[in-house]
Design a protein around this ligand. Structure first.
Ligand code: AR6
Length: 169
């Protein structure tokens, strides 16, 4: 059984085995949580990302997949980068969003990570409504077949935190 915890705050302040990044397929950084992770984690993360691009992801990391790098100066051993789908009102992309959580946990298992912190993937720049993104996050983690002992959802603001709490009940 994976325990699910909720925290309100900045995911770059968490102390866990792995911190999940809501990246984009370039793996070269961006705004939002991605920008915050690279800023606080320092250049070692970007260096690893560049190596991964050169060796495996010349065309970019596909949406719904996940890959790990060092966590640099963060209080974690790894950052797991995953690419969420951009929200669409006309096309159902929820399978891709669920895949981000599932694949991140699969990578965490490969690494031997026992505690993993997730942001609310795709709910910022990528426009996914929080009250649907939270449901997909919680349902996917609850049904995941993983050795991860604790998943911590780190929500940036009070409203997101409240929505996740609602979803957990
Ligand atoms: N800690 C925890 N959550 C955060 C933090 C933080 N420090 N900063 C933002 N959030 P977003 P996306 C929340 O936009 O929607 C980037 O440019 C935020 O409030 O970071 O998946 C990438 O490079 C929101 O609820 O990621 C991609 O191009 C959630 O994290 C693109 O944005 C996700 O918001 C990915 O968009």
């Amino acid at each position: 059984m994976t325990a699910i915890e909720l925290v309100q705050g900045d995911i770059t302040r968490e102390s866990v085995d792995a911190i999940v990044n809501a990246a984009n397929s370039s793996l070269l950084g961006g705004g939002g949580v991605d920008g915050a992770i690279h800023r606080r984690g320092g250049p070692a993360i970007l260096e690893d990302c560049r190596k991964l691009r050169a060796s495996h992801y010349g065309k970019g990391l596909p949406t719904g997949q996940a890959v790990a790098t060092t966590a640099g100066n963060l209080d974690a051993r790894w950052v797991i980068h995953t690419v969420g789908p951009v929200y669409s009102a006309t096309e159902d992309r929820s399978g891709l969003l669920a895949s981000c959580y599932r694949e991140s946990l699969r990578v965490a298992d490969e690494l031997g990570a026992r505690t993993v912190a997730f942001p609310a993937i795709s709910t910022g720049v990528y426009g996914w409504p929080m009250d649907d993104g939270d449901r997909i996050a919680v349902e996917t983690v609850r049904s995941a077949d993983t050795a991860v002992e604790e998943v911590r959802f780190v929500l940036f603001d009070r409203q997101a935190y409240e929505m996740f709490s609602q979803q957990l009940r």
